[in-house]
Design a protein around this ligand. Structure first.
Ligand code: BDR
Ligand code: CA
Length: 313
């Protein structure tokens, strides 16, 4: 087997972040160098604790978890308790974590890792607002040319937004950070709502996690049942979109996704459309292509991969 691909997961768990972390932990092709946590779905104190809870659920207290930015670069923090519950991880009863949070600041960890490891070997998987990633780029601009790739969940175009009519949550929370990342020149793969809204946690799929009968399988089913209730009502669908695991699934099986390379720009000025990702899908401008934007997913293949990999934990 080739050397596992080294990744840093930057995240704000969140049930769908949690499933993404579990997918990575269940996949020997990936080597999680560390998990950097950011404020987003809930405040940082909860997101960092949730990340540790998930590592312990998977029996991996050896994974290093770092706390990063407590708030976005410029705007006030907006959270999403209405979706994720008060703790950010409502659903299963998970014990308080006993593994320690690393002392190093997540932004320093990202910079140090990228400067220390061989250039072009570290992939950043961004599952939340891009504050930590942007801060790392500001702190040490040389990291940009050393990052292999950033695969991120964020944005939306034909599908519109989920927190405002124009904006998706991760980009809306820190549009200025997203703007910095999209202008960084780093190869970017983007999983917008156009993809994730096709990855629905139907009752049958949730049941497949429960049927694993393991601690991880049962907790995942409990998380998804809580998480999907909000979106089921909002969209009138069987199940809710399972956003963040699309990022990790792409690293494992890129052929599950289809998209095209285009220019993506972020609105940072207008309050009405703040955080909107303006995607030049039809190539009507000469703006440089800065991201591979996905639009389609083989959703059955995606859920089959998830159940199989979580079944290994
Ligand atoms: C994104 O926002 C969060 O609520 C989810 O964890 C996901 O990263 C979807 O818009
Ligand atoms: Ca997230």
């Amino acid at each position: 087997m080739p050397q596992p691909r080294k990744i840093i997961i930057d995240t704000d768990p969140g049930q769908d972040d949690a499933v993404a972390i579990l997918l990575a932990l269940g996949s020997a092709e990936l080597d999680i160098v560390g998990i950097s946590v950011v404020a987003g779905n809930v405040p940082l104190k909860l997101t960092e604790k949730n990340a540790r809870k998930i590592c312990e659920l998977a029996g991996r207290p050896d994974i290093d978890v770092y706390a990063g930015a407590i708030r976005p670069l410029i705007r006030e923090l907006v959270t999403a308790e209405e979706v994720h519950g008060k703790t950010g991880l409502n659903g299963p009863q998970l014990p308080e974590p006993t593994m320690k949070l690393q002392e190093q600041y997540a932004v320093d960890f990202i910079v140090e890792t990228l400067m220390k490891e061989e250039s072009g070997t570290i992939t950043l998987c961004a599952l939340g607002p891009l504050t930590n990633v942007a801060l790392a780029m500001i702190r040490e601009p040389r990291i940009a040319s050393r990052i292999k790739e950033i695969v991120l969940m964020g944005g939306g175009f034909f599908e519109g937004g989920n927190v405002t009519p124009a904006a998706e949550f991760n980009i809306y929370v820190d549009p200025h950070a997203a703007d910095i990342v999209l202008k960084s020149g780093v190869p970017i793969v983007m999983m917008p709502l156009d993809v994730t809204h096709k990855a629905l946690t139907t009752a049958k799929r949730t049941q497949a996690f429960r049927a694993l009968g393991t601690k991880v399988g049962l907790a995942t089913a409990d998380m998804l049942e809580f998480f999907e209730r909000f979106d089921e009502e909002k969209y009138g669908t069987d199940g809710g979109p399972l956003h963040d695991p699309c990022v990790i699934a792409y690293l494992l099986k890129p052929d599950l996704f289809k998209g095209r390379s285009c220019n993506v720009s972020v609105e940072t000025a207008s309050e009405l459309t703040m955080g909107m990702t303006v995607i030049d899908w039809w190539g009507v401008t000469k703006r440089p292509k800065n991201a591979m934007v996905m639009r389609d997913i083989d959703h059955d293949g995606f859920f089959a991969l998830l159940v199989e990999r979580l079944g290994r934990l």
